[in-house]
Write a protein that binds this ligand. Sequence first.
Ligand code: AMP
Length: 328
Amino acid sequence: MEIVLSGIRPTGNLHLGNYFGAVRSFVKLQHDYRCYFFIADWHSLTTHPRPENIRQSVKTILAEYLACGIDPEVATIYVQSDLTETLELYLYMNMNAYLGELQRVTSFKEKARKQPDNINAGLLTYPCLMAADILIHRAHYVPVGKDQEQNMEMARKFARRFNIMYEREFFPEPASFHLSEKAVKVPGLNGSGKMGKSDGNAIYLTDDEKTIKRKIMRAVTDTGPQEPNSAKPEAVANLFALLELVSERDTYDCFNEQYNLCNIRYGDLKKQLAYDVNLFCAPIRERILEISSNSAQLERVARRGLEKARAGASKTIKEVREILGFRS
Ligand code: AMP
């Protein structure tokens, strides 16, 4: 079965954008591929050298993924810093990556601009660690956004270079899996753009009923359509897009008709949207609370994930050592 690997950044809670844009697809993917999901806590050191409560952030994100339906019996979910085999492969990747090509990576240049006082070597060799994360499992596919495409190119280049240098087809060249082309873009609540972590723009899976209602009632709208069947301005289209994701088709059609007939009341639309978002989030929220409160279970899941990840990773390292001529 082909292998899919995906890294998850341990930054904050999941919102509806993350859910519909990525996590929902992962839940499906786990049944069609051998999936590895890892929480990328090492990577976060490149930008946050003294991460606050990294263990808590890792636990939170683990609980949220499980609550969304990642099944640790089906997929392998582990914490990057637990799988120390990756470090050895990272070292070999570093020996085989050239300064010039690393300096040309756009995300390196962007981050170097953003943090001129901390242009650390980890930032420069980010593509080497990413390649090690992927190649340690000899993964075939990696779901990434467009922003990661260049890093994926590097991972393919490093795999190819290794195969050529040591004259064997050892690492498959990992292909990008563009979830974003198939998945929906979830809009934010502040009138334009997509849902993200900026203030007041996102509905988190952990938001309670009151919070959801407050955020949605405050969402940007306009004075309403003046002519029948007019195009929806972005802020209004965004509310309809959310409605389409969480509500019944009839509900969507009903409000859409009211809009087209110019008798829509945004207050009613928002109330319905808040009700349906809460209906959608409530079971996930309850599972998050339940799973988060059970530290022992989370610990078991992380250990089990590590065991499964390690089985293949240690085999990769053993074989790489043999190829290079080290004792294995
Ligand atoms: P982030 O936590 O912002 O790095 O997002 C992690 C992943 O969630 C992204 O790579 C996207 O696949 C997905 N995602 C985040 N926000 C949205 C959104 N508003 N609409 C669709 N997908 C999203």
